[in-house]
Design a protein around this ligand. Structure first.
Ligand code: ATP
Length: 437
């Protein structure tokens, strides 16, 4: 199911009397979430991620804009009718119920629609078939006991069954000889049981069905919550920071499971998080938000490799990107007196700029003597596979910066001339913070 957000906006009204301004939590969001994909909504606290999710869920009404599920405009549809599964940060399981009952809960009130052969219709059709040897194009809407003129027998006949509720065209099968009506009913126990066990299996908790939530680990509880969201076979799965209550190892494991589950079920999923690593690892695409406004939307690696502005560059990456004051003139980028790159377009007007260098963007030793960046190595930390170099430079916006190097790089504390990989070095306008190159 493709989800389309069209100019979606949410303004929480302030209170002029108390000098509280309006909050534009989501501002003209225009996103298409392709069918069967997992999209990460990413941004710092307060950027409008949850508000967006709750509008998609139908729990919050948009101030303006539209929400489409496939061809259906669901903007004003109630949450129950949207066919969504929602998982919150605190899994909110019912503590007194077993896992089985927790998963069963959403099914208890579920009404399914099924086609049934209508007894009255059958009789009416039999009547017509007998007398006319053909099916009626128009079923009469008379009540039982009414006298109806049968044009074929040319007699007035008293109807032996009520057929007022089946007015309209009959629904016929491919042979054209049966009529169905749909009826709504609750699920049968056996049907529920099948769904519960299938879903429990999907999230690998089938062995815990008889336990109570407090007899499960945090990760297992979260999987129960996910099962509860999936059991109704939603069209869309919405996950609001579902891993934030888990410890580091469980987070990693559960996020891999969510990814597997999403692939297996093919349910279009929106995953809200402020954890960039989590979003990058799990999402087919990420949407980076700031103050309710979309900053960039693309494949995670593309957003990391090609940030559109300073905010996105700084938000993605651990350790974060290192920022320096720089200068551009005649296509040459300098930091202080060091020439860093000379491949910038010559038509960029001379100006001071901000330079971002990813931690993995340093070359030790420098390969091109013309492009060396003079830094001071303050500290070296070995972290298994890599070396983390803590360096300083008077043009760095922070007292120190970090470089990640291969563990076999020879480096010692003191002054050092390093190279900078052009594809890991981004230049931004100082005023707009948009990327120049
Ligand atoms: P977090 O990661 O902390 O959950 P978020 O990105 O999900 O943050 P939202 O919860 O969507 O952010 O909030 C977006 C903005 O809307 C915030 O400034 C918040 O204070 C404001 N906001 C949210 N709900 C309300 C409300 N009911 N009334 C007024 N302002 C609200």
């Amino acid at each position: 199911m493709e989800i389309r957000l069209v100019n979606l906006t949410k303004v929480f009204p302030g209170n002029p009397k108390k000098n509280i301004p309006d909050t534009r939590a989501v501002d003209n969001l225009d996103i298409v979430i392709p069918d069967g994909k997992l999209i990460g909504l990413l941004g710092p606290s307060g950027c409008g991620k949850s508000t967006t999710l709750y509008m998609i869920a139908g729990l919050l009404e948009p101030t303006s804009g539209e929400i489409w599920f496939g061809d259906e405009d669901v903007t004003r549809l109630s949450p129950e009718k949207r066919g969504i599964g929602l998982v919150f940060q605190n899994y909110a399981l019912y503590p007194h119920m077993t896992v089985y009952k927790n998963i069963a809960f959403p099914l208890t009130n579920l009404l399914v629609e099924e086609p049934v052969l209508d007894q009255n219709k059958q009789k009416i059709l039999a009547f017509y078939k007998k007398h006319v040897k053909a099916l009626p194009t128009d079923i009469p809407t008379h009540k039982k006991g009414e006298t109806v003129h049968n044009p074929y027998t040319k007699k007035d006949e008293v109807l032996k069954f009520d057929c007022s509720h089946i007015a309209g065209d009959p629904i016929l099968d491919e042979k054209g000889n049966q009529a169905y009506v749909t009826r709504k009913r609750h699920l049968y126990k056996l049907e529920m049981d099948k769904l519960i066990r299938e879903t429990a299996k999907l999230v690998q908790i089938e062995q815990y069905l008889t336990r109570k939530p407090n007899q499960l680990s945090g990760g297992q509880q979260q999987r129960v919550a996910i099962a509860r969201a999936l059991v109704k076979r939603p069209r869309v799965l919405l996950l609001d920071e579902p891993l934030s209550n888990l410890d580091a190892r469980l987070r990693l494991q559960t996020r891999e499971e969510i990814k597997r589950l999403q692939r297996d079920t093919g349910i279009t999923t929106i995953f809200v998080t402020h954890d960039q690593e989590e979003a990058m690892s799990i999402s087919d695409e990420i949407v980076v938000m700031k103050l309710g406004v979309e900053q960039q939307r693309d494949h995670p690696q593309e957003v990391y490799n090609n940030p559109r502005n300073l905010f996105v560059a700084q938000f993605l990456g651990t350790p974060p990107i290192n920022m320096f004051d720089g200068h551009v003139k005649n296509g040459v980028l300098t930091i202080g007196n060091d020439k860093i790159r000379d491949d910038l377009p010559k038509d960029i007007p001379e100006q001071d700029v901000l330079v971002g260098i990813r931690p993995e963007g340093f070359l030790v030793p420098a390969v091109n003597k013309e492009h060396t960046f003079n830094i001071h190595v303050d500290m070296i930390e070995t972290m298994g596979r890599d070396i983390s170099l803590v360096g300083s430079n008077e043009h760095c916006l922070k007292p120190t910066f970090k470089a990640i190097l291969d563990a076999d790089t020879e480096v010692k504390v003191g002054p050092l001339a390093v190279g900078v990989k052009p594809n890991k070095c981004f230049v931004f306008y100082k005023d707009t913070e948009e990327r120049i190159i």
